[in-house]
Design a protein around this ligand. Structure first.
Ligand code: ZN
Length: 381
């Protein structure tokens, strides 16, 4: 990586402080620490950094820009500062390397993406940096569906021409051109308790209603269209001889077609209003929602620029449409040309096997930088 003015060892030294801090979404102090590190980096290259606070339960958001006075951005880069790992993880598992890969919480998802974004913009030729207005948005809660930062990201995306998300490239090197939508619900059923032996007729079983929901909604799963429903958690009841008055379920829905999701959502609301058992009260809480994003005309143009940038450096760009959501869903579904997977290659995310492929760091950094340079040439005012 001599063409980047740093060695892999130096890169890893720079990465380590971003990994070895507990910064799960619900550890705002740790996420703030990441924000401090990133703030210092961007300020060191003369960019303006502003901090956005959302909720005390999560850390801050950061917006770094080379054009503080810009009303619109040519390019919005997105990365997240949180991980899925709870407090206490670092004491048991911190960053290691073995010459080919690095391991550790967030090493691919997505601390190396944060670092690559910074390095790519800081290495831009001066005339390109002059010409382009760029903002880098880093949010604190992507791993819970950007519940708090989603509107902030969307409002900035609405002022941007292109959005590049630097989540890790797939293990086979592919970038991400489409992501499934997702919605997560907590569903609570309140019935009426009664002795199962003496007066079962006086009870209203929350578990029976829950079972009705499961069997009814499971029929909405269609592997062909990609709309799938999963009841991942159920709870309810107390003991065997009492008609259960409380039950709850967590429902996860994935979809390619946003209209099909709307249809399923309507069905869920109808079921809430018309329970199969009289007297049941049903509470529905949508805890996360990201619309599906699929390429439009603008993103095809963006993809072509990325493919060309890869070709120029002998890197064959391949694309995947994937089931997992990211912040690309938020901006892509607004119709803003969006591509994801512009970080280094990694895998086994959200597990203790998470890894980062060391020899992908340099090429993916060069790719991101070249994409910015090539985009600057397509933008006319
Ligand atoms: Zn991620």
């Amino acid at each position: 990586m001599s063409d980047h003015n740093f060695t892999i060892e130096q890169y890893l030294e720079e990465l380590k402080p971003l990994i070895n801090v507990d910064c799960g979404t619900w550890t705002p102090a740790g996420v703030s620490q990441i924000a401090d590190i990133m703030t210092e980096k961007y300020q060191s290259i003369g960019w303006q950094v502003s901090r956005q606070s959302f909720d005390e339960k999560v850390g801050p958001g950061l917006l770094a820009t080379n054009k503080p006075e810009a009303e619109e951005y040519d390019i919005m880069l997105i990365g997240h500062m949180d991980t899925v790992f709870p407090e206490g993880t670092i004491a048991e598992w911190s960053m290691t390397t073995d010459g080919e890969q690095a391991y550790g919480p967030g090493v691919a998802d997505m601390k190396s993406g944060l670092l690559n974004m910074f390095k790519a913009v800081s290495q831009l030729p001066e005339d390109v940096a002059d010409r382009l207005s760029i903002c880098v948005c880093m949010n604190p809660d992507e791993e819970i569906g950007s519940t708090y930062s989603g509107d902030w990201l969307k409002s900035i995306a609405m002022k941007s021409r292109y959005v590049l998300v630097a989540e890790a490239a797939r293990a086979d090197g592919s970038l991400v051109k489409a992501r499934k939508g997702l919605a997560a619900y907590k569903i609570e059923f309140k019935g009426k308790a009664a002795h199962a032996g003496n007066e079962p007729e006086k009870g209203i079983s929350s578990i029976t209603e829950l079972a009705h929901w499961i069997t009814t909604l499971n029929r909405e799963t269609n592997f062909e269209t990609g709309t799938t429903l999963n009841f991942g958690v159920v709870e309810g009841g107390t003991v065997g001889n009492v008609v259960p008055d409380y039950a709850s379920a967590v429902l996860d829905i994935r979809f390619w077609d946003n209209d099909d999701y709307t249809r399923v959502e309507q069905k869920i609301h109808q079921m809430q209003e018309n329970p199969s058992l009289q007297g049941i009260e049903i509470t529905l809480t949508r805890e996360a929602h990201k619309p599906a994003f699929t390429p439009n005309e603008g993103s095809e143009k963006l993809m072509a620029v990325i493919e060309k940038s890869g070709q120029d450096m002998g890197l064959n760009i391949t694309w995947q449409a994937v089931g997992g959501g990211s912040d690309a869903n938020l901006t892509g579904s607004l119709g803003i040309p969006t591509v994801d997977g512009l970080g280094p290659i990694g895998g086994a995310m959200h597990s203790r096997n998470e890894f980062l492929v060391l020899n992908s760091i340099g090429p993916r950094l060069t790719l991101l930088k070249n994409v910015l340079i090539n985009l600057s040439e397509t933008i006319t005012r």
